[in-house]
Write a protein that binds this ligand. Structure first.
Ligand SMILES: [Zn+2]
Ligand SMILES: [Zn+2]
Length: 356
């Protein structure tokens, strides 16, 4: 589904100190925020014209079948045992954590550190979600942050709602995504044995964990019908979580408030956060991607992913959570935030340097 990119340069993590409660900005971040933004005309010149990307018909066929299966799964929900429905919800939640606390906050952004048992657990959860391997997911996400809303962004929201939601998975990648993706440093991912193992056996693991296990467990443990077990906790749960995750790339890049940086499209969207277990505070996240909470607010708003990481710290499986100081947030809000609280979709072509 995605081209392999094997050679990458190394760039040290320089964004912030690894300390639970203290945070420092780096020169690079300050420069990135304060540097004069390139004029739209200049940026447009640098950006190649939008090109028609070839459709990957194999992916269209697979997603069509899966969506039809999910619809059948909705119908079968009326005949499923309550244990099966509960099991489907638990799998959805675990798969969600595999993406938010795992692929996103641990591996793509390195916002905290995790010991081996937790890394294995999160890798299993991430496989449950089948959104490409941790390696590919993290690489694409780093490109998304570094080249947000340009042709090099794998799910560039400027190409429209459908493209940023799921269309990007039905087409070949834009050449800019491949070219600029090849320059993203990934040595940390290559050095992680859990990531390497999952990458090596990804197809087999994905079939076993995402489809076989959710079908067999209800059948064995509470004698659920095999068809119901396959289509409800298997296919329907999988497709549902996919759409929830995609909402972060589509809806949260279009609608919501921009209190931290009004010059970017990502927005605060509580509706998305509710489904995506705490990943909808997207204006904050794109402004401060190094924060493990991916939100300014702790328990104030729904953020189970943060609670999960906190709990893992409590039992000694996670450590070195990175946060952003209150002063830094306030300074940034005063400088770039939409202090009126509301802002609509921003159509800027200005090029910025993002950290990730
Ligand atoms: Zn984003
Ligand atoms: Zn991110």
């Amino acid at each position: 589904m995605a081209p392999r990119l094997e050679e990458f340069e190394v760039r040290p993590n320089e964004s912030i100190t690894s300390n639970e409660n203290t945070t420092t900005t780096t020169t690079r971040q300050r420069n990135a925020a304060a540097a004069p933004l390139i004029r739209r005309e200049e940026a447009a010149k640098k950006e190649p014209q939008e090109i028609d990307l070839p459709i990957v018909w194999r992916n269209v066929a697979v997603f069509t079948m899966l969506h039809l299966g999910a619809l059948y799964g909705v119908y079968l929900c009326f005949y499923a045992k309550w244990q099966t429905l509960l099991f489907a919800y638990v799998l959805y939640f675990c798969g969600g954590l595999g993406i938010t606390a795992g692929a996103h906050r641990l591996w793509a952004h390195r916002t905290y550190k995790a010991k081996m048992p937790l890394r294995i657990l999160l890798a299993i959860f991430q496989t449950l979600a089948v959104q490409n391997s941790i390696f590919e997911w993290s690489r694409d996400h780093r490109v998304h942050h570094k080249h947000s809303e340009t042709n090099a962004d794998p799910h560039n929201a400027k190409r429209g709602f459908f493209f940023s939601h799921m269309g990007w998975l039905l087409m070949k990648k834009h050449p800019e995504v491949i070219e600029k993706g090849a320059r993203i440093p990934l040595d940390d991912l290559n050095a992680d044995p859990v990531v390497a193992f999952q990458k090596k056996y990804y197809r087999l693991l994905a079939i076993l964990i995402c489809f076989v296990m959710p079908t067999v467990v209800p059948w064995l443990c509470w004698s659920e019908d095999l068809t119901i077990a396959y289509f409800v906790p298997g296919v329907l749960r999988y497709i549902f979580l996919l759409h929830i995750t995609w909402l972060v790339n589509s809806v949260a890049h279009m609608w919501g408030n921009r209190p931290y940086d009004k010059t970017i499209n990502p927005a605060e969207n509580l509706f998305v956060s509710l489904g995506a277990i705490g990943e909808g505070f997207h204006n904050y996240h794109h402004t401060f991607p190094m924060d493990y909470a991916a939100s300014e607010f702790g328990a104030k708003y729904f953020n189970p992913s943060r609670a999960f990481i906190d709990f893992m710290c409590f039992i000694g499986q996670a450590y070195d959570r990175r946060t952003v100081s209150r002063e830094m947030i306030m300074q940034r809000r005063m400088r770039t935030g939409d202090l009126a609280g509301h802002s609509h979709n921003h159509d800027s072509n200005e090029e910025r340097e993002y950290d990730y």
